[in-house]
Design a protein. Structure first.
Length: 160
């Protein structure tokens, strides 16, 4: 019998809700999982059937040696974890008294350093200041199966 309660986890705009929690082999399993991005549906999963596997061999879950990571070792849709903010944007004088946000698309390298940064929205005269600033930021390397991968993300620089 399902227990109808939810566990919600999230960071920023992303939120994951686990519903209809069932006990299974000493663990808890959600039959319904919903992920939202900014309150809008992003992913919905529904477990229809649970079966006991008599024998599990961990080697069945190890990728072959020649396997290539997702998108050529680059992922998106994840939240990079900032570990060092070296600088804040030095806005041009024309923007200093205004409230605004510049969105910058970045690629974070396997070592956590920003490889590239390109302003995509907000006041165009603020792009360079945001790009220059985020290029100095350092993030926790993102790992998949224990190996670092590059991350594509959007970062925000605000003047409030």
């Amino acid at each position: 019998m399902a227990q109808y309660f939810a566990i919600a986890k999230g960071f920023g705009w992303f939120q994951t809700v686990y519903n209809e929690i069932l006990p299974f082999q000493g663990r808890s399993l959600a039959q319904a999982v919903e992920v939202t991005d900014g309150g809008k549906p992003y992913l919905k999963l529904r477990v229809e059937r649970i079966e006991l596997i008599s024998h599990v061999d961990d080697t069945d879950f190890v990728p072959p040696p020649a396997a290539i990571g997702p998108l050529g070792n680059r992922v998106s849709g994840v939240h990079p974890v900032l570990i060092k903010m070296m600088s804040v944007p030095q806005w041009p004088a024309s923007l200093r008294s205004q409230h605004f946000t510049v969105t910058t698309e970045v690629v974070i390298g396997k070592d956590g350093h920003v490889v590239s940064a390109h302003g995509v929205s907000g006041p165009a005269e603020g792009y360079k200041a945001c790009e220059d600033s985020v290029r100095k930021w350092v993030f926790k390397p993102y790992l998949i199966l224990g190996e670092p991968v590059e991350v594509e993300a959007k970062l925000l620089c605000s003047n409030n």
